[in-house]
Design a protein around this ligand. Structure first.
Ligand code: NAP
Length: 279
């Protein structure tokens, strides 16, 4: 499994991780899939207090029991809880559900209209107390990133977790360049478009299949390799089926060359600059 340093944290994190959204609908299959992923080195697990209203964190806690030290465990606080005290309390609830003493990374799930300073102060307190190892943000466009930077100071925001798949490349215009300038990792969520993966009849699907054939890989592995092609990038596909986890893990060793990237670029273009989309 290929690893890289996640932003300023310098933690060595696998380039392909495991998402957990909606896993509460199939808890046993999801736990088995997460465990298979851990065996294959997909040790970056992304969850949130929002998922299944806490049920997914409980399920993740069961999946990582006995293996916590292998895992890079990430959770998120809801904006509606992200006052100073609310963030501290939400973190304690997440830790309890996850059955752990600390999170490796704790994120503000999205911006909403809340003031950022209290949440950032709470993140710094949690980090100082050892309850989290680092903190970051999610669904932040450049203006929000600038504001967070002005409050926290440089070198504090570990990552920005944002929507990124082959049919939705808006972050390439401004968000990725900003994050790279400031040493902030970019964790791409919904890498398969949450069910909107290019089918074999589409031009994009045919391009993915062509590159896949050349490399003895699958179209989804090629898509994942495309999404982690820069040193700042990570991807967190969600899979509740073991065969999906195994396929996704197979993408970690695949490095596309310039010609292959150009083929995908032509058929799945990034489009015009636009506001950061969010699921
Ligand atoms: P996704 O990873 O793009 O797609 C998940 C879907 O793809 C599932 O139906 C899964 O099926 C299927 N799948 C996975 N691997 C496959 C494979 N190799 N072949 C065929 N199908 C495959 O969608 P997502 O869950 O929206 O995003 C991933 C994670 O990002 C989430 O789970 C969550 O942790 C995070 N996220 C964060 C935010 C945020 O606001 N920060 C928003 C959305 C998502 P099975 O489950 O049946 O295997």
């Amino acid at each position: 499994m290929q690893h890289r340093a996640l932003g300023r944290t310098k933690a060595s994190v696998p380039v392909i991780g495991q998402g957990t959204w909606a896993m509460e609908s199939q808890p046993d299959a999801s736990i088995a899939a997460l465990r298979r992923g851990l065996e294959l080195g997909l040790t970056h697990i992304d969850t949130a207090e929002m998922y299944g209203a806490g049920k997914v964190e409980e399920l993740v806690g069961r999946a990582v029991r006995g293996r916590r030290d292998e895992v890079y465990l990430v959770s998120k606080v809801l904006p509606s809880n992200a006052t100073y005290d609310g963030t501290l309390r939400a973190c304690e609830r997440s830790l309890k559900r996850l059955g752990t003493e600390r999170l490796d990374l704790y994120l503000l799930h999205w911006r909403d209209r809340l003031p950022l300073e209290p949440a950032i102060r709470a993140f710094e307190k949690l980090e100082g107390d050892g309850r989290i190892r680092a903190w970051g943000v999610s669904n932040f466009d450049v203006a929000d990133l600038e504001e967070a930077l002005s409050i926290a100071g440089s070198g504090r925001i570990a990552c920005n977790q944002v929507l990124y798949h082959v049919k939705e490349r808006a972050i390439e215009h401004a968000v990725i360049p900003w994050c790279e300038r400031h040493g902030v990792a970019v964790v791409g969520y919904s890498p398969f478009g949450e069910g909107d993966f290019p089918g074999p009849e589409s031009a994009g699907g045919r391009a993915l299949a062509e590159v896949a054939r050349r490399r003895g890989a699958t179209p989804r592995q090629v898509a994942l390799a495309f999404l982690i092609r820069r040193d700042s990038l990570f991807a967190i596909p969600k899979a509740s089926r073991i065969e999906h986890v195994e396929e996704n893990a197979g993408a970690a060793g695949l490095r596309l060359d310039d010609e292959e990237v150009a083929i995908l670029d032509r058929t799945l273009p990034r489009g015009a600059a636009r506001q950061l989309p969010m699921l």
